[in-house]
Design a protein around this ligand. Sequence first.
Ligand code: GLV
Length: 317
Amino acid sequence: MKKILVTRKLLQSNEDRLKTLYDIRLNSNDELYSQKKLIELSKDCDGILSALTDKLDADTIDKLPKSVKILSNFAVGFGNIDLEAANKRNIAVTNTPEVLTDATAEIGILLILGACRRAAEGIKSAQASDWKWSADYLIGKQLTGTRLGILGMGRIGKKISKIAKSLGMVIHYHNRSKLSPEKEDGAIYHKKLASLLSVSDVLSVCCPASKETVNIINKETLEYLPKGAVVTNVARGDIVDDEALIDALDRRKVYAVGLDVYKGEPILNPGYLKHKSAFILPHLGSATKETRTAMANLAIDNLEEFFKTGKCKNKVN
Ligand code: GLV
């Protein structure tokens, strides 16, 4: 029986399934393992079912026991894993695409609505019973007719676009390459990021974090946005230079932000906390029972496929 280290506690049904398939080393206290502990616990393991909270950098991967052949990441993003280091060690890396598209897009839309309609301020006032209705109370930005810039029109970006279109938004996007007209579904392509930003009344960051996208929303690029734009991020904190975004909020260049992901999470840059127009969530993108169950099942399927065939359709390296 193959031996698998499962670095984070999963939902019960997923752990039950794992128990029938493998000799598993579970994390029943859901402790966040240090890199050292993760290496120690991987002893004699054939694979690791990892999570986005595990920093599998080159040094950690280099020190993994030789027995480890696969890192099955319980996430669509795999920015927590150094793919080059995994390649050097001939370790397969897999992810969980598709199954979390809808749940993550729902949060993407919540960020847009929450930021545009001043939900953070509204919740605070309602909880304190400190408000009275008036014609001009907490007036926000209506979405109908506004331009939504999608940075990264992958599965999640497309689903956000579809919902946003039904809310009357006009969709623009930037990708490395233009999609087919069928996949674009009426969205307007911008070859250059600057061009997309210049028409983004609302920006939705949906692209993966990679060496190319780290801090691409920065002091310089934020200047392309129309004044009073709204910036939302459902992808990864690494894509945004926090200081630059907070400065843009301070200057009212940016009207509001809607964020689910952060550099160095769970710690947030304190600059966001002082802005009442910051609608912030604690990385809830895929957090529904259906989706978390499906993600873990897919991470297990990936292990199964890999151990049976030596290949995996969700291999990313
Ligand atoms: C969630 O953030 C994921 O990448 O699955």
